[in-house]
Design a protein around this ligand. Sequence first.
Ligand SMILES: Cc1cc2nc3c(=O)[nH]c(=O)nc-3n(C[C@H](O)[C@H](O)[C@H](O)COP(=O)(O)OP(=O)(O)OC[C@H]3O[C@@H](n4cnc5c(N)ncnc54)[C@H](O)[C@@H]3O)c2cc1C
Length: 349
Amino acid sequence: MKAVAIIGGGPAGMSCALWCKLYGLEPVIIERTSELGGLQNLNCKTNAWVLGLLDHSGPEIAKLYQQHIEEKKIPIIYDAKLESIERQAEKFQIKLRGQEAQNFAAIVWATGTRIRGHESLSSIPGFEKIKELISFAPLDGVNPELYAGKTIAVLGGGDNAYQSACLIARAAKRVYLIHRSQARAQQQLINQAIELKNLTIYHHSEIRSLSTKPSDARLAHPEQPELTGASMRIARDEYNAADEALEADSVDLSQKLTLLILQDGQKIETEYIFARLGYLPNSEIITQFMPELELDSTNYVKVDPYTMQTSLAGVYAIGDLSDPINPCVPTAVASGTVAARDIEKLLSS
Ligand SMILES: Cc1cc2nc3c(=O)[nH]c(=O)nc-3n(C[C@H](O)[C@H](O)[C@H](O)COP(=O)(O)OP(=O)(O)OC[C@H]3O[C@@H](n4cnc5c(N)ncnc54)[C@H](O)[C@@H]3O)c2cc1C
């Protein structure tokens, strides 16, 4: 049998599908949304990091990849919902909602990651009262002009946090960039942030509490451009689900300023907060259907980097789902290739 189930249609899943197809295997992409491309569909800026693709936005790259997959006539199941996965001797039987069960010789998990949302801050005292002031990437394409003359806090220490802080500092009166540990951003962004006179960086700073105090400031973030697409809808759904899980709050937020109190007792006043807290692996679905498959302490899938094989024979994990260190389009594409090469060997032996 040559059928390979690839669960997730982002750059990693599409790359693996292409290589499997070129090796004469029979890949099927199983995607939960109605589009391929994964997180690139949320990247409205130019993605300058993919060799050979000049001046393309994330959705444009996603579309080019999708066209390649369609050109090769690789079957894609959209809006898929997994109902069961059963291992039967040498094969896996997968049942999707509304479909006949299908047999596969190998399974590739490529479900990627999602934005860290409200759940990451909800344990901080006072969070419920100010949560409307917190804006989460990439749901909020940042327009610095909307924050002209304002005081802003950006939470996070990665590229995204540094990039947002530098961008907002172009217009804002003052920007506070607060992260729990060392900066993880690329050096050129850190240098840029250090140069900005109206940007203050707090390293190794945990937020102890959040509160509000009276002011003339208008709260709730100003209107942001509407980002569209199936992936964005899923991102919003997940974000809203985290939001709804929090207790409803009756405090009137109008005419208030936010006060962040750091662990060392320092107080910071701010009018808006941007959270850029990174990503969480979409591995719950794996735990649900393959509880014995090994994850690391942060729930990323453990793999052999030379084959992308997981702790279970015939089961692979590729892309951001198994790569907390270097998540990006080129590494996702490369890991799909590595897995396909190993699957080819596995199925021809
Ligand atoms: C705003 C933003 C900007 C970025 N900018 C860049 C950049 O400039 N350059 C760069 O190289 N990288 C960038 N990245 C990162 C890049 O998009 C990711 O590293 C890359 O998309 C990872 O690919 P992936 O296939 O591993 O996962 P993903 O792209 O996350 O794709 C996973 C796919 O799996 C699907 N899926 C999830 N769960 C299930 C399920 N249960 N069943 C079926 N399907 C499922 C998802 O719908 C999705 O289509 C950016 C990311 C974001 C969010």
